[in-house]
Design a protein around this ligand. Structure first.
Ligand code: NAP
Length: 262
């Protein structure tokens, strides 16, 4: 059986670990050749090695335009023009608005927002030439609601959501579909800083709809859907992969309401 991404060339940023690594693996299993791009060189090379043939690592700082140009040139030399871009690299800076330093705010925006735009600016023209492409921007549930103490991060992800809508409009009629995913709490080095077992982490999610943390593969499979022909009519779509975290307070509205846990 041929995979859903057979013959495609994909670039996944932040792919040395976490959701990016899971996405690269699942895309390779679906038949794509995948460039794992990250600032973390050693982990990135190891991740590409674990996937095997169909995968290569390139060092990339998403906030640097020259770094993107070098990645495109290397990919073209090795395999050809990319058909898919997953803007997944991101950093979090857990500080509230009043204690946030300007330089830190700019650093977060430079990676999470400007870095994603640079990837689109450098890779989309090749997709337009091919007449077909798919781009997924990894936002966050913090771009659907507010998140206490995450001012720079949440602002960057709200802006990335806006970038998705605008670029989806600008590129859609030229064959490139741009969509966004909004992960909730996901069991990765970013989402599980203390490296607790998933069962422990699940306790933090009681009082939220699905009552557990998400796994990186659950986000990766959503990116696979969005980049495959199964999503051929999706442009500018927003998919929350958050177990219902952003649906609202999980409390009974009336006595006897169907809510057995809280
Ligand atoms: P992760 O485990 O921290 O992985 C992110 C990767 O991106 C790391 O290898 C990181 O390297 C790399 N990176 C950072 N800055 C970069 C840059 N300038 N250029 C290239 N690569 C860079 O995070 P994750 O949990 O897999 O998150 C992936 C995406 O999902 C992020 O955009 C994140 O904001 C979003 N997200 C995550 C969660 C969650 O709960 N995990 C929830 C919502 C949204 P360093 O270690 O050097 O930073």
């Amino acid at each position: 059986m041929t995979g859903k991404l057979e013959g495609r060339i994909a670039v996944v940023t932040g792919a040395a670990r976490g959701q990016g690594e899971a996405t690269a693996r699942i895309f390779a299993e679906a038949g794509a050749r995948v460039v794992l791009a990250d600032v973390l060189e050693e982990d990135g090379r190891k991740a590409a090695g674990r996937i095997g043939d169909g995968a290569m690592f390139r060092k990339l700082d998403v906030s640097d335009e020259g770094s993107w140009n070098a990645l495109l040139e290397a990919t073209r030399t090795e395999w050809g023009t990319p058909d898919i871009l997953i803007n997944n690299a991101g950093i979090v800076h857990p500080v509230d608005a009043l204690n946030l330093e300007k330089a830190d705010f700019e650093r977060v925006l430079g990676i999470n927002l400007i870095g994603s735009w640079l990837g689109i600016k450098v890779l989309a023209p090749g997709m337009i030439e091919k007449g077909k492409g798919a781009i997924v921007n990894i936002c966050s549930s913090s771009a659907l609601i507010g998140m206490n103490g995450l001012t720079a991060y949440a602002s960057s992800k709200w802006a990335l959501r806006g970038l998705t809508k605008n670029v989806a409009m600008e590129l859609g009629y030229r064959g490139v579909r741009v969509n966004a995913i909004f992960p909730g709490g996901i069991n990765t080095p970013m989402g599980n800083i203390t490296e607790e077992p998933a069962e422990e982490l699940n306790k933090y999610y009681v009082g939220q709809t699905i009552q557990r943390i998400g796994e990186p593969e659950e986000v990766a499979r959503t990116s696979l859907f969005l980049c495959s022909d199964d999503a051929s009519y999706l442009a500018g779509a927003e998919i929350a992969v958050d177990g219902g975290q952003t649906l609202g307070p999980y409390t009974p509205f009336l006595p006897g309401a169907p809510n057995s846990v809280v």
